[in-house]
Design a protein around this ligand. Sequence first.
Ligand code: HEC
Length: 142
Amino acid sequence: MRTFWVLAIVIVAGIAIVAYALFGHAGSDVSTSPPRPSLSVPVAQLAKMEPVKNINLEYHQPDMPPGPGHDLFAAQCVVCHSPRYVVDQPVFPRKTWTAEVKKMVDSYGAMIAPDQQKEIVDYLVYWHGREDAVPAPAQKAR
Ligand code: HEC
């Protein structure tokens, strides 16, 4: 008798699961949002489109004075931002420029080898810095 009830419950549950799988989602695929416009432009319409316009942006020559390590600085540091980031800083001592270059590598993903980092720090100290022991001069000329 007990086996009968267990079997009956299993069969009823099985039928319920199959019924839900087949009919349970009926109506849910009716979308309420309007159809999306196509993102592609038909080829025939391309010829009718306006030509691409040219705009000329002013180019500011970066004011990086020539000096030892200049080329390395220009190649490694100006790929992400303007060299003006350097002259916008106070005249840093060597240890601050060393930490700054390390920050570009460690935090912002600049790919600069350690010996190149040293050469760049030399340039930064030459251009807009000072040796650690020397007291800060009045702001260097830009
Ligand atoms: C991979 C990209 C990248 C490279 C390469 C890079 N920087 Fe930066 N730099 C950044 C980002 C990002 C910031 C902070 C974002 C901002 O303020 O615009 C920043 C900010 C700075 C600042 C402003 C002060 C600060 O700490 O936020 C200085 C100075 C600076 N960089 C110097 C350098 C020097 C020197 C080099 C070459 C050794 C260099 N950067 C190379 C991405 C880079």
